[in-house]
Design a protein around this ligand. Structure first.
Ligand code: ASP
Length: 898
């Protein structure tokens, strides 16, 4: 028994006796304290563990004195011996040591939690903290059974668990070299298995080799972690988690230590430091509790049986008749002690005990959760938030581990003839951005590279996040920067800064190939529809000329060669002439046909206007079509890609682009996702491989627009095809609820507002590493065929002009008819009907001229134009009306010759 335990053993007995005395003085009739009528006498002796003879003699001497119970010993070897003696003599044997043996004596009870049960706490912690591999550091061989239990409980599916001994008891206790080795191996997660008094030495040396700093994680197994001075380690940044059974703030612990101090003061002594509540070890607390439950059990047994002690003789294998009953009462006890609720199973193993999970923060140890042997681990993590909020103050002195991936131009290896080390090895947009942020916020940083280039995705088998995000989530990296897309799924497990770049998914594909010149490329200036419309206009206008020619009296002229008195009048707008006239003007050649009447002149003017515009548009566009090479573009959009099978396509695997297609509900994108999953070799773990595939085979790579831009600035054979499929941004990832987020986001926004981000983008996209090579040689846009909307106005003018001239032609015809009906005294309607009949007949290009007798009666003109007549139809009409003399006897008949 240690000095502390011996002291506490005495103090516990004294406390029980004192309570009894206090109770008797208050109310002798109804005593409420334990053992009101008995006094406990605590006797103790210190014997070397390996001196079994002395142990047996001491036990026999004690038995001869007539004892009711035996506490201890604390060492394993003598304990087994004492246990067998107690079993034989039926004396209750009470222990408080860490005993890993699964069998307990029949007369024995141990207040210390069974070590394999305790190992479950550490295993649960490892699972909750998501450690995938760790190193167990232990100092004495006594720890081996406990380590064994820990190894068995932890299911090491593919994870590595390293066990290393820290030989703290050899030589000068220097374990720095082994700790250095551990550090150089990159081990970051440790379970430290040592007694409380060794822990300080281990942590001190770990601190000296730089292992009490950010990115180092420890689980301390000793339940006495709270008893050592942790102040030197609480600012280092290491994540140190421990477990304790005694809460120094607990009321019972406080009252007990106050009581002990009082006892000591009464004796004129001061309480030894190790019994102050902050230093109270589990062993001491368990000894105190052991005495109390023993006294409680004795008290209860005494109430049913009158207990008497009697001397027992070791030589006669004598036994105490109350021993078994007493031990059974102890096992049934349910009492709250300094180590929490005391409950036992029928074998004397402690059950239902509660542990506190504590974490070392700059304010000392803080409770972050509990562990119960029935309910398991319950992490509240309120202290973690507190711990992280402390980081705000530490921003300035913080060294971040920044994880990046080698992805152009965000993070790249610097080309240099010299061997570069540390952060100097990397360059790129992301590297510059972190540098700018560090200048603004004052932190330091070191880089680590994500070797597998996995940015962050959920493993389909395990359902666990992996890649860069996993590293951030587990605290192996503070920040992650690359072309890391902010997605809602990722945002649910890590925090992102405000986006530092905006982009969308698009298609990287080879530039369109030149098409061989077409035989009928002269057709290309106008669209097919426009050609149809032009043809329709030509036919209808030509026919209209023919009709207007027939309608309009002025178009009936003295036929060639001119004669004084023509018999018939002829019309130049025959059907063929009309077509010839219109085609002549379209082809800019003209014809001998000259419209004479107002209506045909208006129509001709409109048609010429139309042809001028159409011909000049055609000429202009033809030159564009002939100079710009026609390009062959097999795909123009993602939909085109989805609809075909000749061109293979894919994206970066385990990235947000793949995630976009996976989540898509739009049928073409769904189809594309299925294609990408089913066709082997179309997905790549790295963008460079995808780009190489685009260049070498008929393959399209779905990629983010910013990366496409970077590539097309350098490789002029490649181009972005189609628009962006979505709209998103890149951000810097950090742990969930990180207190750095706001400051980093604000700094990113400031850089954006100051134009710094744009400068960095120009630098890495357009200037460095061959940027800007393809800027001037941008693809000439193919000349588009003109369509109806381009020249629609001209058609409208044409239609309007034609409508106007048609109306004019009718009016001319009507005027002619009116004049003739007056001149030749024919009913107007007859004249009109004749005219219309002639019109409808649609053939006949001559009209007979009126007879001279008829003409004499009028003005000798016959109502029709002679070829040399300079006047137009309206002048004739005026003259006719002026000279008009009605002759009602005349029967006038106009004959149209066929
Ligand atoms: N930037 C993407 C990511 O964050 C990579 C990609 O899928 O194209 O995963």
């Amino acid at each position: 028994m240690s000095e502390d335990q011996n002291k506490i053993f005495q103090l516990a007995a004294e406390a029980i006796n004192e309570q009894r005395a206090g109770t008797l003085s208050r109310n002798e009739e109804e005593p409420s304290a334990v053992l009101p009528w008995h006094e406990l006498v605590a006797d103790s002796s210190v014997i070397a563990d390996d001196n079994l003879f002395m142990i047996s003699r001491t036990v026999c001497e004690l038995l001869e004195k007539g004892i009711v119970g035996l506490f201890g010993p604390t060492a394993g070897l003598s304990s087994g011996y004492v246990q067998s003696m107690c079993d034989l003599m039926e004396i209750p044997h009470i222990e408080t040591r860490r005993d890993h043996l699964p069998n307990r004596g029949t007369c024995m009870i141990n207040l210390h939690p069974y070590p394999p049960t305790l190992a479950r706490v550490y295993s649960d912690l490892v699972h909750v903290m998501k450690w995938t591999s760790f190193t167990i550091l232990y100092d004495t061989d006594e720890s081996l059974p406990r380590i064994n239990a820990l190894l068995k409980l932890y299911d090491p599916k593919g994870y590595s668990v390293v066990v290393r001994k820290l030989d703290i008891y050899n030589g000068d206790g220097n374990i720095r070299s082994i700790l250095k080795e551990v550090k150089e191996n990159g081990e970051r997660y440790f379970i430290v298995e040592s007694a409380g008094y060794d822990l300080f030495k281990i942590l001190t040396q770990a601190q000296q080799v730089g292992m009490i700093s950010d990115h180092y994680h420890y689980i301390i197994t000793t339940l006495d972690m709270h008893t050592i001075d942790l102040e030197p380690f609480q600012y280092g940044g290491a994540n140190i988690t421990g477990v304790r059974m005694i809460d120094p703030e607990d009321d019972d612990v406080e009252q007990a230590t106050m009581l002990w101090r009082e006892f000591e003061q009464r004796r004129g002594e001061t309480l030894i430091e190790s019994l102050e509540k902050e230093k109270l070890t589990l062993d001491s607390a368990l000894m105190y509790d052991a005495v109390f439950i023993f006294a409680e059990a004795l008290h209860q047994l005494n109430q049913s049986n009158s207990i008497r002690t009697r001397p027992l003789d070791c030589d006669e294998f004598d036994n105490w008749e109350h021993g078994y009953s007493l031990i059974n009462y102890m096992r049934m006890v349910n009492w709250k002690g300094l180590s929490g609720i005391l409950k036992f199973d029928h074998q004397g193993f402690r059950t239902d005990f509660m542990l506190q999970i504590v974490e070392l923060t700059s304010n000392g140890l803080q409770k972050i959760g509990t562990w119960n042997s029935t309910e398991g681990l319950n992490i509240t993590r309120t202290q973690v938030a507190h711990h992280e909020s402390e980081q705000v103050a530490n921003f300035k002195n913080k060294t971040f581990l920044v994880l990046t991936a080698l992805s152009k131009p965000y993070g790249m290896l610097k080309d240099s003839a010299d061997k570069l080390t540390g952060n100097d090895r990397y360059e790129g947009f992301g590297i510059d951005l972190i540098h700018e942020l560090s200048l603004m916020l004052g932190f330091n940083y070191i880089y680590a590279i994500q070797e597998d280039n996995n940015y962050g995705s959920i493993n389909k088998k395990t359902g666990e996040w992996e890649g860069m995000l996993r590293e951030v989530m587990d605290g192996r990296a503070d920040l992650a920067i690359t072309d890391l897309t902010i997605t809602s799924a990722r945002e649910s497990v890590v925090d992102f800064t405000s986006p530092f770049m905006n982009l969308g998914i698009s298609i990287l594909y080879t530039k369109a190939k030149k098409m061989p010149p077409e035989l009928f490329s002269f057709m290309s200036p106008f669209s097919k529809e426009l050609w149809y419309y032009m043809g329709a206009a030509y036919f209808s206008i030509s026919f209209l000329f023919f009709l207007m020619g027939r309608l309009s009296p002025d178009e009936w002229m003295n036929p060639y060669p001119c004669v004084e008195e023509p018999e018939v009048l002829s019309n130049q707008f025959s059907l063929t002439n009309s077509f010839w006239f219109t085609i002549g003007s379209i082809l800019q050649q003209g014809s001998e046909i000259a419209p004479v009447s107002t209506s045909t002149r208006v129509a001709a003017g409109t048609w010429w206007f139309f042809t001028v515009i159409m011909v000049s548009s055609y000429t202009a566009n033809l030159s564009a079509c002939l100079t710009v090479e026609q390009l062959f573009e097999p795909i123009k959009s993602a939909e085109d890609l989805a609809a075909q099978t000749a061109i293979q396509y894919g994206s970066k695997e385990k990235g947000s682009t793949e995630g976009f297609f996976k989540e898509a509900t739009y049928p073409p994108y769904k189809k594309m996702y299925e294609y990408m999953q089913n066709i082997p070799g179309v997905m790549f773990d790295d963008n460079d491989k995808g780009v190489t595939r685009v260049k070498t085979t008929n393959y399209a790579y779905l990629m983010e627009s910013t990366s496409i831009e970077y590539i097309t600035q350098r490789d002029c054979d490649l181009q972005q095809v189609g628009d962006l499929l979505d709209d998103k941004g890149y951000g810097i990832a950090m742990r969930k609820n990180s207190s750095y987020r706001n400051d980093l986001s604000t700094a990113v926004l400031k850089l954006q507002e100051a134009g710094q981000l744009q400068k960095l983008k120009d630098k890495w996209w357009k200037e460095k590493r061959g940027g800007g090579a393809c800027e001037t040689s941008g693809a000439a846009t193919a000349a588009a065929a003109l369509d109806l909307p381009n020249v629609g106005g001209v058609f409208i003018v044409l239609v309007a002009g034609m409508a106007f001239s048609t109306v004019t032609a009718f009016l001319e015809m009507c005027f002619g008819a009116v004049i003739r009906s007056y001149k030749y005294k024919i009913p107007l309607h007859e004249e009109l009907i004749n005219e219309l009949k002639f019109l409808i007949r649609c053939w006949g290009l001559t009209k007979p001229v009126r007879t001279s007798s008829e003409e004499d009666n009028v003005d000798g003109d016959g109502g029709n134009r002679k070829p040399d007549d300079e006047n137009n139809g309206f002048d004739d009409l005026a003259n006719d009306l002026y000279n008009y003399e009605p002759d009602l006897t005349r029967s006038n008949e106009i004959k149209h010759s066929i």
